[in-house]
Ligand binder design. Structure first.
Ligand code: NAG
Ligand code: NAG
Ligand code: NAG
Ligand code: NAG
Ligand code: NAG
Ligand code: NAG
Ligand code: NAG
Ligand code: NAG
Ligand code: NAG
Ligand code: NAG
Length: 355
């Protein structure tokens, strides 16, 4: 009698838990790979000048300067909210216990697809090492819930990859530090990056990942960084935009190729961060598109402890390269819920996670 009751109660509890998970979060877990725009603090204890765990970074964030390269939330934070994950995705460097089941953020400021990218500033965690860190996370998950449940769990997660910007600004376009521009044409360089990228995606497929978002580099030639480097009198450096758009086209083709192969139920989508035009910017109420909100030195990062602009919601750029929280929110919503095929292809994140 008693044990029957106990068993029924346990079953009921399990069902309720199941129901809550299904009814609330759209995916059980969210793993993030990327560069500066997605870092949530992995660089804080690295020997590098690419850090943001100081004011005014995080001035609008509830927990202050965490190592996010933004005044507030990143696009990763926003997407985690849209997915109703109910937790901020912790940086790999700071994960404990069962946190890792809900997700880990491996992204590292200044890092890229190529191993050497950004290393003129010091250490970072490049894409290859981010995957190695994920392998380590999986070993920890295996120890917690065993092989079958781990396999089942991992294939339901969302894998978000936003990397490549730094391979241009902190590699190809810094010929004084890196030889790539002398070795490769822009076409060859994009091909090299995509080859490396697709090997990393293969690694993730082998590690059980099945739902992917690939976010393309933005129009880096229109960042305050590019505008300040070259004397174009305020117009975008189209040479840079042309170079990344070759990469973007190839990334989108990679999505087609991978979707056509339908490897064990895997699904891929592409977010075109170059699809911004002034019309889009205007609808968001952004009036300042060519300048950083925080005072910056010769570097592209905010100077420590300086007062940033007051009207932050009207700025696209926070420092000379990364976006403000408001612009992140604008892009994240388009990626999650947009219907413009120029921006989300072949469907949006909300469709991807329901597949
Ligand atoms: C790591 O966790 C500690 C304790 O929860 C927190 O105070 C700290 O801000 C976290 N660091 C990062 C980089 O998120
Ligand atoms: C969501 O977060 C709230 C507040 O932190 C917490 O009380 C609640 O248990 C969380 N729910 C789930 C399903 O994790
Ligand atoms: C794991 O799954 C396999 C195949 O479905 C099954 O044969 C095996 O018994 C399962 N192992 C455990 C521990 O559940
Ligand atoms: C931008 O500046 C860099 C370094 O000064 C130079 O190598 C490059 O040719 C310039 N590009 C354009 C489009 O002016
Ligand atoms: C930029 O503006 C200056 C002064 O107005 C002018 O002398 C120069 O020719 C312009 N350069 C370009 C690339 O348009
Ligand atoms: C940004 O654009 C505004 C208006 O077009 C212009 O007045 C300003 O000089 C530009 N600022 C920079 C830093 O290029
Ligand atoms: C993928 O399949 C679609 C439809 O079958 C086809 O139009 C497209 O060319 C294929 N793309 C690649 C890269 O194979
Ligand atoms: C991205 O958007 C731009 C501008 O809307 C468009 O010209 C370009 O073809 C798109 N790129 C890809 C790979 O979809
Ligand atoms: C996405 O769009 C649907 C339908 O337009 C809307 O109901 C929903 O609230 C939107 N989601 C978000 C996160 O804005
Ligand atoms: C994007 O998301 C919205 C809301 O979930 C959905 O209604 C719409 O069908 C999606 N867009 C497309 C065309 O995939």
């Amino acid at each position: 009698m008693k044990s029957w009751l106990l068993l029924s109660l346990l079953l009921l509890a399990t069902m309720l838990q199941q129901y809550c998970v299904d009814g609330q979060a759209q995916v059980p877990c969210f793993y993030v790979f990327g560069g500066t725009l997605s870092d949530h603090g992995n660089n804080n204890n690295l020997r590098t000048r690419s850090k943001s765990n100081y004011m005014p970074y995080g001035i609008d964030f509830s927990r202050g300067s965490t190592g996010r390269f933004c005044n507030g939330k990143t696009q990763v934070d926003m997407i985690a909210e849209f997915l109703r994950l109910n937790t901020s995705i912790p940086p790999f460097e700071n994960t404990t216990g069962s946190d890792i089941l809900k997700g880990v953020n491996y992204a590292s400021g200044s890092s890229g697809i190529r191993d050497e990218t950004g290393t003129h500033l010091g250490n970072n965690i490049n894409f290859r090492r981010q995957i190695a860190n994920h392998r380590y996370t999986i070993l920890r998950i295996l120890a917690q819930i065993g092989y079958n449940r781990t396999r089942q769990h991992l294939r339901q997660c969302l894998y978000y990859v936003h990397i490549g910007n730094n391979d241009y600004i902190y590699n190809y376009y810094l010929p004084q530090f890196y030889p790539t521009k002398r070795i490769f044409s822009t076409e060859q360089y994009a091909r090299d990056l995509i080859n490396r990228y697709s090997r990393r995606i293969r690694d993730l497929l082998i590690l059980g990942a099945r739902k992917f978002v690939f976010v393309s580099p933005g129009r880096i030639g229109c960042t305050p960084y590019a505008l300040s480097m070259n004397r174009t009198n305020g117009s975008c450096v189209e040479e840079m935009n042309a170079a990344t758009s070759i990469f973007n086209d190839k990334l989108r083709s990679l999505v087609d190729r991978l979707n056509n192969n339908t490897f064990d139920g895997s699904t891929f989508m592409f977010v075109n961060n170059s699809a911004r035009n002034l019309g889009v910017v205007a609808t968001g109420g952004f009036t300042v598109t060519n300048a950083s909100c925080c005072p910056t030195g010769t570097d592209l990062l905010c100077d420590p402890n300086q007062t940033p602009c007051q009207n932050r919601r009207q700025y696209v750029f926070w420092d000379k390269f990364v976006f403000t929280e408001n612009f992140n929110s604008f892009l994240a919503l388009l990626a999650y819920n947009g219907s413009n095929r120029d921006f989300v292809y072949p469907f949006n994140i909300s469709t991807l996670v329901q597949s």
